[in-house]
Ligand binder design. Structure first.
Ligand code: CA
Ligand code: CA
Length: 212
């Protein structure tokens, strides 16, 4: 039975691809103080407004690693938007996930948007923050272009206090059928056939055991 399971696992390859977001965990540049705002071009992968990196400020632990950011950065004009563009494939589905928390109790809200080329393929207002407790948002979208942009925009509060973010990920989930079989049947059908074969083998094994 173990050999059969190994065979199935060898035949079916679930490729959980690497995170397409560069520095989505905000760990690439470890800051020396408990917090520091940086121009976006100093934060690997990201573009947009200043990015306020936290490293244990107020004793709040990041969701992942040692650092997270506050979207409501240290600014004068109250514009808080950061974004990142990554390579994508039209027609491919992607999972988006990130962790978020409220710094204050002032009804923190921010907008997450995904533009594939010029097309807005996902838009969600996040307004259910827990006070200094991490929640995780997950959703998926289908790309329509070879370049896709993920954007976060602070909505409330208007000032420089609110909307903490960490561990931003975009992943494509691919299911690869065995070579050759993939041409004959689609992947779910292949998986079904292999599981059926496994079930028949178990039944034969049990029947053989019961006759001993
Ligand atoms: Ca982090
Ligand atoms: Ca701030």
């Amino acid at each position: 039975m173990y050999k059969l399971v190994s065979f199935i696992l060898l035949c079916i390859s679930f490729n959980a691809s690497a995170n397409l977001i560069l520095n989505g965990d905000f760990e690439d540049k470890q800051i020396k103080r408990k917090w520091q705002y940086l121009n976006a071009d100093k934060v690997n992968g990201w573009q947009g407004e200043r990015i306020e990196v936290w490293h244990g400020l107020f004793g709040l632990k990041p969701y992942s690693g040692k650092q997270h950011i506050e979207l409501n950065s240290h600014k004068k004009d109250n514009e808080y938007a950061i974004y990142q563009t990554f390579n994508s494939q039209a027609g491919q589905s992607y999972d988006l996930s990130f962790a978020y928390a409220a710094r204050t109790r002032k009804n923190e809200q921010f907008l997450v948007e995904v533009f594939s080329g010029q097309n807005l393929v996902m838009s969600q207002l996040i307004n259910d923050h827990a006070y200094r407790e991490w929640s995780v948002f997950t959703d998926n979208f289908v790309a329509t272009d070879s370049q896709t942009t993920l954007k976060f925009t602070g909505i409330t509060p208007k000032g420089s206090v609110g909307n903490l973010l960490d561990d931003i990920q975009v992943n494509a989930l691919n299911i690869t059928a065995p070579q050759g079989l993939a041409n004959a049947v689609d992947a779910p059908a292949t998986i079904g056939l292999l599981l059926l074969a496994g079930g028949l083998l178990v039944m034969r094994h049990k029947r053989a055991a019961s006759t001993k």
